[in-house]
Design a protein around this ligand. Structure first.
Ligand code: IMP
Ligand code: MG
Length: 195
């Protein structure tokens, strides 16, 4: 028997019932990801390129983005501590998994799911800059500019969104909902607030 306690969420037959509204649908995401891929194709043609995905939220975006990119490139992954089961940033960032490759002298693009307070990205960008890449730029699928606590320059944003907690297309609440193919607003009742 598993040592892990059964979580009530696994009793749900569909996660869709917990979504209040679809903020960005699949077709809109696909179109924008293609545009972002084209930006990379133009900016990094004939350059050495390493895309760094920040686990786990950006994996779906990363998987689609690299297939929208037609130029040669490498990928690597980094993991930082997340909010756990909460929905707001603590400002404390920890590296749980570092890169496998050296980035010295390379053109690096950090691929993120969402920039909220900006704490995670500003910390990551700082430690990566210390490793002396030839260039370091940031691409995020989503941006919540209203929530920014630290000043950080983001090079490319897929969509700017309002201050609401979203899930799907890689983004989670308490590790679940990543598989939803769209970006949806979670019903506040799911995380214990009233709808
Ligand atoms: P920041 O450090 O506050 O910018 O937080 C960034 C991280 O928080 C993201 O990479 C996500 O993992 C998580 N996050 C922020 N907002 C949301 C949201 O609306 N839904 C799901 N995860 C979020
Ligand atoms: Mg993330």
């Amino acid at each position: 028997m598993s040592a892990t306690a059964h979580r009530a969420i696994f009793d749900k037959v569909s996660l869709h019932q917990d979504i209040a509204t679809v903020l960005i649908d699949e077709v809109t995401i696909r179109k924008r990801v293609r545009e972002l891929g084209d930006i990379i194709n133009r900016e990094y043609a004939r350059k050495d390129l390493l895309l760094v995905s920040v686990l786990k939220g950006s994996i779906v975006f990363m998987a689609d983005l690299i297939r929208a990119i037609t130029i040669p490139h490498e990928i690597d992954f980094m993991a930082t501590s997340s909010y756990g089961a909460g929905v707001s940033s603590s400002g404390v960032v920890r590296i749980l998994k570092d890169l496998n490759t050296s980035i010295e002298g390379r053109n690096v693009v950090i691929v993120e799911d969402i920039i909220d307070s900006g704490n995670t990205l500003s910390y990551l960008a700082r430690i990566m800059q210390e490793r002396r890449p030839a260039s370091l730029r940031i691409m995020t699928l989503l941006d919540k500019p209203e929530r920014r606590e630290v000043d950080i320059h983001v090079d490319w944003v897929g969509f700017s969104i309002p201050n609401e907690f979203v899930v799907g297309y890689g983004l989670d609440y308490d590790e679940v909902y990543r598989n939803l193919p769209f970006i949806g607003v979670l019903k506040p009742s799911v995380y214990g607030a009233s709808d």
